[in-house]
Ligand binder design. Structure first.
Ligand code: HAM
Length: 425
């Protein structure tokens, strides 16, 4: 019997893990530098949370959830996204309160039963950030910049920020009516899903991936023309904040996002080198979500980004590897005294550096260095009888072949300096 990973999931093997780890480490570092603290919530939640949070008419809820009953018959769902769970946690722990700020980030697997293809998986991973407690447009700007600056830190160039406002429950119904009135004559030409959306949630039609008649799409009224004064002022504030910092963006009045909790700002960052699955991340403001999941009226804004998609973009734009994990290989040649010192040296260096060695003693230096090469080590530390007597080791650069003698007492500091990332940010 042959087992395979479930469709739409993938193994991340040691050969690829370096890029994942580097990306996650950068996400942590950039989040913390912006004053965001990590939060970890369960991978499954009560199904009802997503019905209320994400929205009953969204594709995510109607088609894509991994829902199951546990042994007591409770309906649980593998989280399709992270925001609803984070808001549930803030409410449950009584810390979602008016006037109290929370800046939070998370990383982890999400699950959506979608048709797998390049850039779209059933288990995928997101890095996300949520800024809870402020209605100020500067919070939206901070969230957009967090994602933009993160992507820029890898040198990713072909990206575009798309920005929209989806209004709020005060002004959106009037737009929904306008949209319905415009689309009514074309209703028969809409796809089956959109016919249903037409009745239940016409804004979802703007998000439909089925290509509709171009003529229909072109004349669609812009939601930006239907914003109330409050939403308009907020949107102007977000735009002014981005403009002041020279962050380019494109207005996209059709950007409604696939989740129902958004109010006012909606945005996505796209990889302009890709046609399909080009959204590297997206988010927006959700001023009603905390109340929808049983909490007080507290505003929030956030985003999440797809780690697989960012890695794909980095690969396509020639930005991989993100950082080669520097590995030191200790090789030794000599009798018991050398063996003993070599093992002690491995242990000491491992306090600060990634270090490995060949378990078999008595192999030639050449054979050990071949092993080092296969492991991808960058540097070898060679220890022999002569070196030991002089309390030195030979440090060999495995890329260039150059070598030098370094006092054993200085070895850790020397290797740290030599292996420090050149582009440390
Ligand atoms: P989302 O747009 O559904 O938003 O997902 C965010 C990102 O996750 C997408 O831009 C994409 O990069 C990645 N992604 C989504 N689905 C898949 C998939 N099937 N395979 C691979 N990558 C995928 C949210 O999830 C919201 N929670 C964002 C948010 C946070 N809004 C406010 N706060």
């Amino acid at each position: 019997m042959k087992f395979q990973v479930p469709r739409g999931t993938q193994d991340i093997l040691p050969e690829a893990i370096g890029n994942w780890q580097a990306l996650e480490a950068r996400a942590r570092e950039v989040s913390e530098r912006h004053g965001y603290k990590e939060i970890r919530t369960p991978i499954f939640e009560a199904t009802e949370l997503f019905l209320r949070g994400v929205g009953e008419t969204t594709d995510i809820v109607t088609k894509e959830m991994y829902t199951f009953a546990d042994k007591k018959g409770r309906s649980l769902t593998l989280r399709p996204e992270g925001t609803a769970g984070v808001m549930r946690a803030l409410v449950e722990h009584g810390v979602a309160q008016a006037g109290r700020m929370h800046r939070l980030w998370y990383v982890g697997p999400m699950f959506r039963y979608d048709r797998p293809q390049a850039g779209r998986y059933r288990q995928f991973h997101q890095w996300g950030a949520e800024c809870v407690g402020s209605a100020n447009p500067n919070a939206d700007v901070e969230i957009i910049l967090l994602l933009v600056d993160f992507l820029a830190s890898f040198g990713l160039e072909k990206t575009e920020v798309k920005l929209n406002s989806v209004g709020h429950p005060g002004c959106r119904p009037a737009y929904a009516e306008k949209l319905r009135a415009y689309l009514a004559p074309f209703k028969d030409a809409l796809c089956a899903d959109c016919k249903e959306r037409f009745e239940k949630n016409p804004l979802r039609i703007l998000d439909c991936k089925v290509p509709h008649d171009k003529a229909v799409a072109q004349g669609i009224p812009s939601i930006l023309d239907s914003l109330c004064d409050e939403c308009r002022t907020h949107f102007d504030g977000v735009r002014a904040g981005l403009d002041a910092l020279g962050v380019p963006y494109t207005l996209d009045p059709k950007l409604v996002r696939g989740l129902d909790y958004y109010t006012k700002t909606a945005f996505e960052v796209h990889d302009t080198a890709r046609g399909a699955q080009s959204a590297l991340g997206g988010g927006g403001r959700y001023d009603g979500l905390i109340a929808d999941v049983g909490g007080p009226q507290v505003p929030g804004v956030g985003f999440s980004a797809g780690i697989e998609r960012i890695l794909m973009a980095l690969e396509e734009q020639g930005k991989l590897p993100v950082a080669e994990a520097p590995l030191v290989f200790v090789a030794r040649a000599g009798g018991d005294a050398v063996e003993k010192h070599a093992l002690a040296l491995v242990r000491a260096l491992r306090k600060e550096l990634a270090v490995t060695f060949d378990f078999e003693s008595g192999k030639s230096l050449g054979a050990q260095l071949k092993h080092a090469d296969r492991l991808g080590a960058q540097v070898a530390v060679l220890l022999g009888e002569d070196e030991l007597a002089a309390r030195e080791a030979t440090v060999k650069d495995l890329k260039t072949g150059t070598q030098e003698k370094v006092p054993i007492a200085d070895l850790a500091a020397h290797l740290r300096g030599r292996l420090a990332p050149k582009d440390a940010r």
